[in-house]
Design a protein around this ligand. Sequence first.
Ligand code: 13P
Length: 276
Amino acid sequence: MTAAAPFRLGTSWKMTKTLGEAGAYADALRSAVEAGSVPPEVRLFVLPAATALAAVRDRLAGTGVALGAQNAHPGPEGAVTGEVSMSMVRDAGASIVEIGHAERRTLLGETDDMVADKVVAAVSAGLTPLVCVGETTAERARGGTEDVLARQVRSALSRLGSSRPDELLVAYEPHWAIGSGGRAATPDEVADGLATVRQALAEEMAGTPSAVLYGGSVHPGNVADLVTGLDVDGLFVGRAAWTASGLLDLARRCAEALGERRTPDLVSAIVRKDPR
Ligand code: 13P
């Protein structure tokens, strides 16, 4: 990440929030932006349920908080009962679409093939794909983490041909670290996985602006360690950001930790200039 790139902090609300709750969250975020209490070095995004996209779009208009969908179908509009298309979520206000979250892969059978099709459809709809990758407990136990991550990244991007998104987000979210049954990871446990994701991304998408995020049990107690201890461009949060105050608290903690993280860069920049 270059020093000028904003640090991403996003949340998926997963299957939570009525319209009223979603609206209240968005109003609180809007007030915080207007009060200047969102650190400028942190760029926020929220992924409501599809039912709340348009209402949240209206409330967050002009705040700089990006809006995304948690999923969309890869096909064009038509007879696919119960699904929404990429262009429909875009029309409802999404600029990002999440693809391949661990819960969709394990609970709903989303495969690497489906992920690859969704990435193509997202790009042709003008959406920024947020591709989630991560190993299961069993894959990690047998030492397969790096192979799984490289395969998932390469496969997700394999059908793009020459088309490219304006920007690509990839979140490394180990399955064992996600959700109420998950165990928060230490930076040491996930640093190699992040490096694998970054490497595969650099090889597959050279020249396309991209950001690598980390997610899984991020909370106020570990956010500073993750920011300072990992080569990561952002964090992707579930439960700890299901309230606006939770997200804003994490944003402040990220900004503080980024200050600490950049100190060595500044020192080396100063050292490099000294000889002249
Ligand atoms: P938790 O932060 O609740 O573990 O969820 C992380 C996640 O799945 C974000 O997509």
